[in-house]
Design a protein around this ligand. Structure first.
Ligand SMILES: [Mg+2]
Length: 407
């Protein structure tokens, strides 16, 4: 690996959700199982290797799969459990090299380029990854090793389950030449048709057409595929996390809400949510957009504080300036509270500035700890007593805890 420009590992958990279910229930081990959304889910999210042996695949209808394999067992998915296990896996990988990119809930890239002096060989690291995941989580994975992301991902697919595959960069073209272009990650049916029309069926055929043919038709995606067919990929790992631009919470109220006590309660709730999320992520802000919507449209005010805060009372203090101006004969339909200038927390407190800042931080911290220990906020402003709770939703940009790119 000394003369490799980059050393990239791709770690792919084997039948992740199904393996977790089998791990946690002896009765399911060695049996064909399909994970679906809910107890009566009709679509298969993933299935065990025993089910795959019958030709069952992700995306198939459960009823159709059951005909192929009458003993197929349906297991409802458990996203919270999978997310927690994913976080543990990413933590293990991060301890091996800080340069990791989380590709999905069960896949990640590790860049070992800066760790060459610590480890003897990438195979040694792959064994270490597998051992640690097996010891701590009792699950298996497949690992691909090469000098770029595309080849590492391609290599990981070659031995499943539980394999390690190394593709030496000098051998990449040889490895790919007789492979169908559909074996490459990202070649959809449409792209396949387009390439077939240009007489490209195998990776080796790609050299015969100029990169511009794919580039003109599919842009960067096309250029990437042209390079990939020749074992090349210049994409770096997406490691840096972008700082968040804002923290916001809003709520749609009952139409034309006129009850000032309820309006205050909702504002307070949103302020507390914004404050709490800033605290969890170690941010604070001195600029806030606070607004409400009526039949006439949005009324929003920008507030500037002379200090940075992530305290709910501070933010609600600003909201009160707006609440007293609400036309209660018209009522409101929606509220929004957003911190627009979040900065990583600066632990140095201005001792000549606002006196309570330090005390508030200590109190907020203790309250957060208590609320974290007991479900449903047990300590909070009295105004929030009897607030209507809205369920938490998993966002599409979900990442395991501690790995969010944006907040
Ligand atoms: Mg997988």
């Amino acid at each position: 690996m000394d003369n490799w420009k980059k050393v990239i590992l791709h770690v792919d958990m084997n039948a992740f959700f199904a393996s977790i279910e089998q791990r946690d229930d002896i009765e399911l081990r060695g049996k064909p199982i399909a994970v679906t959304n809910g107890k009566h889910g009709s679509c298969i999210i993933t299935c065990s290797y025993e089910a795959r042996a019958f030709g069952i695949k992700t995306g198939m209808k459960f009823s159709e799969a059951k005909i192929m394999c009458p003993k197929l067992i349906r297991k409802p998915s458990n996203p919270k459990k999978y997310a927690a296990i994913s976080s543990q896996i990413m933590e293990i990988l991060h301890n091996i090299s800080p340069d990791i990119e989380i590709f999905s809930v069960d896949e990640a890239f590790i860049d070992l380029t800066h760790c060459k002096k610590i480890y003897n060989s990438p195979i040694e690291v792959a064994c270490l990854v597998k051992d640690q995941i097996h010891e701590n989580i009792n699950l298996s994975c497949s690992i691909g090793i090469s000098n770029n992301k595309a080849m590492a991902k391609f290599a990981a697919k070659l031995k499943k389950p539980d394999g390690i595959t190394l593709i030496d960069p000098t051998q990449s073209c040889l490895f790919l030449e007789n492979r169908l272009i559909t074996d490459l990650c990202g070649v959809s049916k449409g792209i396949q048709k387009f390439l077939n029309k240009h007489n490209v069926f195998f990776c080796n055929d790609m050299k015969k057409i100029p990169i511009s043919i794919l580039g003109n038709r599919y842009g960067n995606v096309g250029r990437k595929i042209w390079l990939m067919a020749q074992g090349l990929d210049y994409d770096a790992l997406k490691i840096e996390s972008k700082p968040p631009q804002s923290f916001g919470h809003g709520k749609v109220t009952i139409p034309g809400l006129k009850d000032v006590h309820l309006i205050k309660k909702i504002f307070r709730h949103m302020c507390e949510k914004v404050a709490k999320r800033m605290r969890i992520n170690a941010y604070e802000s001195d600029k806030f957009f606070i607004g409400y919507k009526t039949w006439e449209g949005w009324h929003v005010r920008k507030f500037q504080l002379s200090y940075f805060t992530n305290n709910g009372s501070d933010i609600y203090g600003l909201a009160e300036n707006l609440i007293c101006k609400i036309n209660l004969t018209l009522g409101i339909n929606q509220v929004q509270v957003t911190a627009i200038n979040p900065q990583p927390i600066n632990l140095q407190v201005d001792i000549f500035g606002k006196k309570d800042v330090f005390n508030n931080r200590v109190i907020d911290n203790v309250i957060d700890q208590i609320n974290l220990k007991y479900p449903d906020s047990v300590i909070g402003p009295a105004r929030l007593l009897g607030k209507t709770s809205s369920p938490d939703v998993i966002s599409p940009s979900w990442r395991p805890k501690g790995w969010k790119r944006s907040v």
